[in-house]
Unconditional design. Structure first.
Length: 298
């Protein structure tokens, strides 16, 4: 009887595991196997196996530069999204209920617009004769008009526009589990607004902040359309290099190796974030919360 009950969770999870394996693991395995093949422009994909594609990429300065640029853009996007999204979620949470729905709809608006349409809008705004440069020129800013298009700044702006809602929604979900009694109790004990936010609110919403940061980083590092449209052909990121190898040069094994290395880089960054940043932050905030409770009892 106990053996059957122990197997029940596994049996219930089996259908979803099969779908997961078929929809994700098998294609990823196919990409990994493809990356081990050689390529010849006359013969196409060669039947042999080897690590030549990875050796060529790891010794290529262009790939190293593109990988560093990809991670740099993802880090800048994540930092800006946190600086904008966390206060925005807190402000919406403190609004009157009749305004919350409308504000949340405005916040998630970028997710409802096609990525191509959204990027075309930024191209119009960031162009040399675009609205931003026109405003800067009218204001008499030295050096205006600036070259904003086809730069890392343009890519970061385009990514932030669509990634901020992910942070807001993630933090909003954490705020929904925050007991308002805790804030009122802290205020009644003489705590300032800053102290309440640091010792009461922040420890409760930190899981949402960490989850939002991780989602933004992963999606920004693997984004293709926004870097391709706002960054142009000269601003290479790993996703655009992968696209070029698959559809332009038709070197599918090298493109598969690029995709595999990008996935490994994102997974490595995720593990480092979880192991060294998220764990320590949660432990530190837990100590702060416990210290606050101890002070309250005293």
């Amino acid at each position: 009887m106990n053996g059957r009950s122990n197997l029940t969770p596994a049996l219930l999870a089996a259908p979803s595991l099969v779908v997961y394996a078929g929809a994700l693991l098998l294609p990823l395995g196919g990409v990994l196997l493809l990356s081990l093949h050689g390529f010849d422009f006359e013969k196409g994909i060669l039947p042999g196996w080897g690590l030549e594609n990875y050796r060529d990429l790891l010794t290529d300065s262009l790939f190293a530069e593109s990988l560093l640029r990809t991670l740099r853009i993802a880090l800048w996007t994540t930092a800006i999204c946190l600086l904008v999204g966390v206060p925005e979620a807190w402000i919406i949470y403190r609004m009157a209920p009749r305004w919350r729905g409308a504000m949340l709809l405005i916040v998630v608006g970028p997710l409802l617009v096609s990525v191509v349409v959204r990027n075309f809008g930024w191209m119009v705004l960031l162009g040399t004769t675009g609205l931003m440069n026109q405003v800067l020129t009218i204001l008499g800013v030295p050096g205006a008009p600036f070259r904003l298009m086809f730069t890392e700044l343009a890519v970061v702006i385009g990514l932030v526009h669509v990634m901020v809602p992910l942070v807001v929604l993630s933090v909003w979900a954490s705020l929904g589990r925050l007991d308002p009694v805790l804030e009122r109790a802290a205020f009644s004990l003489g705590a300032s607004r800053l102290t309440v936010f640091r010792r009461v609110v922040l420890p409760n919403v930190m899981p949402g902040i960490m989850a939002g940061a991780l989602m933004v980083f992963c999606l920004s590092a693997s984004a293709f359309a926004t870097p391709a449209m706002l960054g142009g052909k000269r601003l290479k990121v790993v996703s655009s290099m992968t696209y070029n190898e698959f559809l332009n040069t038709l070197n599918w094994p090298l493109g598969a190796a690029l995709a595999t290395l990008l996935m490994v880089a994102i997974l490595t960054a995720t593990l480092i974030w979880t192991r060294f940043v998220e764990t320590r932050a949660m432990r530190r905030l837990g100590e702060v919360a416990e210290g606050g409770k101890g002070g309250s009892r005293a």
